[in-house]
Write a new protein. Structure first.
Length: 539
C-alpha cells in the first residue's frame, strides 16, 4: 500500500471514530437537565425592563393631576369634564386586559408591549394638537388608555412568570420603580407646563413613552430563554470534555507493510482533512462504549425534568390554537367560572372598592391644593418629596410577603386600611403641612395594591390561573374607574368642595379592607359546600 493510501485509510478510520464519539456525545447530552429559567440572572433583566416601564407609568400618573389642574385653569373645563379623561384611560387600561392577554398568548408579551408603547406615544402626542375636550377624550382617554393596558400587563405577567422564590420581592421592586418616576416627573411636568404650556407638555410626555419600547424588548419568552440557557450549558460541558490533542509527528511509511503505521486514534491525521471535518467533541467519560450506549437517565434526573416541565406548564397559560380568532382567545381568557367562587367574588369586590377610591384621590390632590391656596408648584414639590416614602413602603411590603409572616390576603387589608385612613384625613386638611402629612399616608398605600394583588391571587389559585384571575380583577377595576371618577367630578361640582368626595372614597376603601377579613369564613363555607356536593354526587 502506498504512503498516500495509508494516510487516506488513517483519515477514514479517524473520521469514523470521531463520528462515533460525536454520536455518543449526543446521547450523553440528551440527559442534560433543562436549566431553571425561574429566578435566574435573566429574570432580573426582565424585572429591570418592567421597572423601566413602571417608572414611566408612575411618573405620568402621579403628575397627571397637575395637567388636569392646568386644563381646568387655562381651558376653563369643569371638574366633571376633566374627570372623564382619567376615567377613560384608567378604565381603558383595565378593560383591555382580556384582549391584551389574548394577544400575549397569540404573539408574545414583547410584541404587545412594543405596540402599547407606540399607542401611548401617539395618544399623548395627538393630545398636544387639540384643545377640544371631546378630542381629548379620544386621544388622552381612549388611545392612551389602550396603550397603557398593552404596555403594563405584559410586564406584570413576565415578572410573575420569571420568579418563583422571589416573586414578592420582584413585584415590589417593579412597583417601587413607579415611585422613582414620581420623584422627578411632577417637577418636570410642572416646569414644562410653565415653559411650554399644555401642548408642549403633551408632546414631550409622548416622547418619553417611546422608552416603553426599550423595556418591552427585554421581555424574552421563557421557552426561548430556556433554550438559550440549555445551549450554553451544553457548550460549557462540551468545553470541559474536550481533550487536549497531542501533536504526533508523521513517520515515513513502509511501502511493504499492510498495517497502517499510525494508530487509528491518532489525532494528527486530522490535519490532512479539510478544516472542521470530523472534529466533533468526544466525551471524556471513563466508561465503556456499551455502557454509554445502554445508559438510561437516573430517577433523580427524570423527576427533576418532570418537575421543571410541570412548573413551565403552570407558569405559562394554556395557549389557544393559532388558527383561532382573537375573539375566541378573548373568551378563552375570561374564566367566567371564577364568578361562581364566593372567595373570588369577595376578592374582586375589595379590588372594586379600593380602585374606586385611591387612584382617583391622587389625581384630585393638585386641584384640592388650589382649593386650600396651595399652588401647583408647591404640590409638585410635595409629590416629589413624598415619592421616597412610597419606595420604602413598597419594598417593605414585598419583603414581608417573601418572609411569609402572614397570609397574602392581609397585605390587601393593610393596603385598604392605610389608604382609607389617609384619604379620610384629607377631609380635615386646612394647610400645606396637613396636606403633606395626609398625602404621605395616601401615597404610601398606592403601590401596596400593585405589589399584593398578583401575589394574593397566586396564593389563592396558583400561578397556573394567575392570568385569568388578574384579567377578571382588572375588568372590575376598570368598571370602578369608569364610574367613580365622573361621579366624583359631578359630586365636586354639586358640593363645591373635594372634602365630600374624599369622605365617600375613604368609606369605599375601608369597606373593601373590612371585606378582606371575611375571606377565611368565606373560604371555609365554600369548601364545605364543595365537599357536601361531592358526597351527594358520590352517593
Amino acid at each position: 500500500m502506498s504512503y498516500e493510501s495509508k494516510i487516506q485509510a488513517n483519515a477514514v478510520t479517524y473520521s469514523k471514530a470521531a463520528h462515533t464519539s460525536s454520536k455518543r456525545s449526543g446521547e450523553v447530552e440528551q440527559f442534560i437537565e433543562d436549566p431553571q429559567v425561574e429566578d435566574s440572572f435573566y429574570s432580573w433583566v426582565v424585572a429591570a425592563g418592567a421597572a423601566l416601564q413602571f417608572i414611566l407609568v408612575g411618573g405620568i400618573h402621579k403628575s397627571f393631576g397637575l395637567l388636569l389642574a392646568a386644563l381646568v385653569q387655562e381651558y376653563g373645563f369643569t371638574s366633571a369634564q376633566v374627570a372623564v379623561i382619567p376615567a377613560l384611560f384608567y378604565s381603558g387600561s383595565f378593560l383591555i386586559a382580556p384582549v391584551c392577554g389574548a394577544l400575549c398568548r397569540r404573539f408574545s408579551e414583547r410584541t404587545v408591549g412594543i405596540g402599547g408603547g407606540i399607542l401611548t406615544m401617539l395618544g399623548l402626542a395627538f393630545s398636544g394638537l387639540t384643545s377640544n375636550i371631546y378630542a381629548l377624550y379620544v386621544t388622552n382617554g381612549v388611545i392612551f388608555g389602550i396603550g397603557q393596558g398593552f404596555a403594563n400587563l405584559p410586564g406584570t405577567l413576565m415578572v410573575t412568570k420569571y420568579f418563583v422564590k422571589r416573586r414578592g420581592l420582584a413585584n415590589s421592586i417593579t412597583a417601587a420603580s413607579a415611585a422613582i418616576g414620581g420623584v422627578f416627573f411632577p417637577l418636570m411636568v410642572q416646569g414644562m407646563l410653565e415653559e411650554y404650556g399644555i401642548p408642549g407638555t403633551y408632546l414631550m410626555m409622548g416622547g418619553f413613552q417611546l422608552h416603553t419600547i426599550i423595556s418591552a424588548m427585554l421581555y424574552r419568552p421563557m421557552d426561548k430563554q430556556r433554550e438559550i440557557m440549555r445551549l450554553e450549558q451544553m457548550r460549557n460541558r462540551r468545553r470541559q470534555r474536550q481533550p487536549s490533542l497531542p501533536v504526533v509527528k508523521l513517520q515515513q511509511a513502509d511501502p511493504v507493510a499492510e498495517k497502517p503505521s499510525l494508530p487509528d486514534e491518532a489525532p494528527s491525521s486530522a490535519r490532512l482533512l479539510p478544516q472542521g471535518y470530523g472534529m466533533e467533541k468526544r466525551p471524556s467519560l471513563a466508561v465503556s462504549e456499551s455502557a454509554v450506549r445502554n445508559r438510561r437517565p437516573s430517577a433523580t434526573l427524570v423527576s427533576s425534568t418532570i418537575m421543571l416541565s410541570q412548573l413551565s406548564l403552570a407558569v405559562e397559560p394554556p395557549e389557544a390554537p393559532r388558527s383561532a380568532g382573537c375573539w375566541q382567545q378573548v373568551l378563552r381568557s375570561l374564566d367566567l367560572h371564577l364568578l361562581t367562587d364566593p372567595l373570588y367574588v369577595a376578592c374582586v369586590t375589595s379590588v372594586f372598592l379600593f380602585t374606586a377610591g385611591l387612584p382617583h384621590v391622587c389625581l384630585l390632590v393638585p386641584r384640592f391644593g388650589l382649593e386650600i391656596d396651595v399652588s401647583r408648584g408647591q404640590t409638585a414639590s410635595m409629590i416629589a418629596t413624598i415619592a421616597p416614602i412610597d419606595i420604602v413602603s413598597r419594598l417593605s411590603l414585598g419583603f414581608l410577603l417573601d418572609r411569609n409572616l402572614f397570609h397574602k390576603r392581609y397585605g390587601l387589608f393593610i393596603t385598604c386600611l392605610v389608604g382609607g385612613t389617609g384619604v379620610l384625613a384629607l377631609v380635615f386638611v386646612r394647610s400645606y403641612a396637613e396636606l403633606f402629612a395626609a398625602c404621605a399616608v395616601v401615597y404610601a398605600a398606592v403601590g401596596f395594591y400593585f405589589v399584593v394583588t398578583p401575589v394574593m391571587y397566586a396564593e389563592y389559585y396558583g400561578v397556573e390561573r394567575l392570568s385569568s384571575t388578574l384579567t377578571m380583577s382588572n375588568l372590575f377595576a376598570g368598571v370602578a374607574n369608569l364610574t367613580a371618577q365622573p361621579l366624583g367630578g359631578l359630586l365636586r361640582d354639586a358640593a363645591g368642595t373635594f372634602r365630600t368626595v374624599f369622605a365617600v372614597l375613604s368609606g369605599c376603601m375601608l369597606a373593601g379592607g373590612a371585606l378582606v377579613l371575611l375571606h377565611p369564613c368565606i373560604a371555609r363555607r365554600s369548601a364545605g359546600r364543595r365537599n357536601k356536593q361531592a358526597e351527594t354526587d358520590a352517593a
